[in-house]
Each structure stands twice: as C-alpha cells, then as structure tokens.
Design a protein around this ligand. Structure first.
Ligand SMILES: NC(=O)c1ccc[n+]([C@@H]2O[C@H](COP(=O)([O-])OP(=O)(O)OC[C@H]3O[C@@H](n4cnc5c(N)ncnc54)[C@H](OP(=O)(O)O)[C@@H]3O)[C@@H](O)[C@H]2O)c1
Length: 261
C-alpha cells in the first residue's frame, strides 16, 4: 500500500490528540506528508511533528485553526500551499467541547440556539468550507479523497447528544451531496461514523464510565473503540482499494449499534 501513499499529502483538522492524532500517525507511517491543525495544544503539535518527521522521514507541519471560524480555512490552505505542493486527502475531524457547546450538549428541553449553532458551524459548515478548499487542490492532481468524521449518535440515542447527533446526521447528508458533485473530478467523499471511542472528548461526557461499561457490554468484541480503529478505516477510504467507494458512511462501532441486548 505504501507506494500508493508515498509523497501524497493529508490535510486534517484537530491532529493533536484522540482520533485525529491516530490518523496523523497512521498516514505518516505510510509515507504521507501531513498538514494538521491544532487549537489549544501547540506544544503537543510540535512534539507530534518532530517525532513523525524523524521516525518516518515525511514532512509534517501544524497550523493554528479554530473550527468555529470556518471562513479561515481559506487562509489556512494558502499557508499549506506554501509548505506542500499538493493536497490528496482531507479529513474534517476537529470538534468543539466545553463552553462553546453549552446549550448544544444536553437534554432536549435545555437546548439553546447558540450552542446548537456552534455545533452546526463546527460540524457541517467547517466540513463544507474545508472540503471546498481541499477539492480545488485535489482537482489539480487528478482527484482525491475527502472524509468527514461522524458518530453513531446520529442513529442511536446517546444521553445529552441531541445537538451533536443531529449535526452528524446533517454532515453525513452533506457528504453525499458533495460526493455526487465532486465525482466528476475523481474526488470521493465519505463519512466515517464511530461508536464510542476512548478519547478526551468521550471522557468529557458526564456519564463517561457508564458509556464505557455499556460499550464494552454491547460490543461482541468486548471492548470500547480505540482511535486506531478509526484511523484504519480512514486509511482504507483514502487508498485505491476504495476506488469505487463514495457517498457512503462507513460505520466503525465494534458491533454496538446493532446489538441492543
Ligand atoms: N470519541 C468518540 O467517542 C467519537 C466517536 C465518534 C466520532 N467522534 C468524532 O471524532 C472527531 C474527533 O474526536 P476525538 O474524540 O478524537 O476528540 P478529542 O480527542 O477531544 O480531540 C479534539 C481535537 O479537536 C481540536 N479542537 C478542539 N477545539 C477546537 C476548536 N475550537 N477549533 C479547532 N480544533 C479544535 C483539538 O485540538 P487542541 O488539542 O489543540 O485543542 C483536538 O485536536 C470528532 O469529530 C468527534 O465528533 C468521536
């Protein structure tokens, strides 16, 4: 697989930890050069870039980016153009938590416009603007692969997750629209929908321990998901093994969604 990936470029939002970090590592291992963004964790970003450059001999650069300001994707991609000569893969991964999701993360009767709008901005608008910029570059190299991160909280009930779950449903629909219109440029667009994955974002859930125990119980594989489980799916979708896969949602949930017993 490596020869297909070698020398290509991945752009991904939120590469400092959790799922994004695992994706950055997985692609670098295949010889992919990586442009990733950070928000608060510049130090972690530097450590990741240094380690991957020395370990795999790839080029890795990191850039500040706030997913609540998706219009800044334009400047971000212009900076990436200065450092990289091509863009082949784009993964919309960064997600907000804490204060910006107040009124968006919670019970239905407590949902409020600002929190909901912030999640919409970070999930759907950021995907659209980032994918537009990426697609312009992919067109120049004859095609590419775009992925939005999603979650199974859009098809199964997760307490307090209405704001996120509905926006993940929306971004999956947006992925299908993008796929139809970008196909003629040989750009494939898909979503990867994860079941509960053991990251800081999940640990921020008020009922984290309960979610973890329940996931382990529901999964026929008897464990919660790890960031690497999602990274493998993304690598597949960006590979030429997935050359006729577009407008899909690939569910990576350890069998938890189907198993309600
Ligand atoms: N964990 C799960 O159970 C799960 C399941 C399915 C899908 N997902 C999805 O997978 C994606 C990644 O989730 P994760 O669990 O890996 O999260 P995570 O470990 O909390 O990482 C979040 C990433 O987003 C960045 N970020 C945070 N606030 C940001 C902002 N305002 N602007 C730009 N970047 C920001 C962080 O950067 P800094 O560290 O620099 O602040 C970090 O790199 C999300 O789209 C999430 O919805 C997660």
């Amino acid at each position: 697989m490596s020869s297909y990936f070698k020398g290509k470029t991945l752009v991904i939002s939120g590469g400092t930890k959790g799922i994004g970090k695992a994706i950055v590592y997985r692609f670098a291992k295949e010889g992919v050069n990586v442009a990733f963004t950070y928000n608060s964790n510049e130090e972690a970003a530097k450590e990741i870039a240094d380690e991957l450059e020395s370990k795999y001999g790839v080029k890795v650069r990191y850039y500040p980016f706030n997913v609540l300001e998706p219009e800044t994707y334009k400047e971000l991609f212009e900076k990436i153009d200065e450092d990289f000569d091509r863009v082949d893969f784009f993964i919309s991964n960064a997600m907000i938590y804490g204060r910006p999701v107040v009124g968006g993360y919670g019970k239905f009767m407590r949902l409020k416009p600002r929190g909901l709008n912030n999640i919409y901005t970070a999930t759907v608008v950021a995907f659209v603007i980032g994918a537009q910029e990426a697609a312009k570059r992919m067109e120049k190299v004859g095609g590419g692969s775009i992925i939005s991160m999603s979650s199974t909280g859009n098809i199964t009930y997760i307490p307090n997750y209405a704001g996120h779950g509905t926006n993940k449903a929306a971004v999956e629909a947006m992925v299908r629209y993008a796929a139809v219109e970008l196909g003629e440029k040989n750009i494939r667009v898909n979503a990867v929908s994860g079941g509960p994955i053991d990251t800081d974002a999940l640990k921020a859930f008020v009922n984290y321990e309960e979610v973890k125990a329940k996931t382990e119980a529901l999964s026929p594989l008897n464990r919660i998901g790890q960031p690497e489980d999602i990274a493998g799916a993304c690598l597949f979708l960006c590979s030429d093994e997935a050359s006729w896969v577009t407008a899909q949602t690939l569910i990576i949930d350890g069998g938890t969604t189907f198993n309600t017993n």
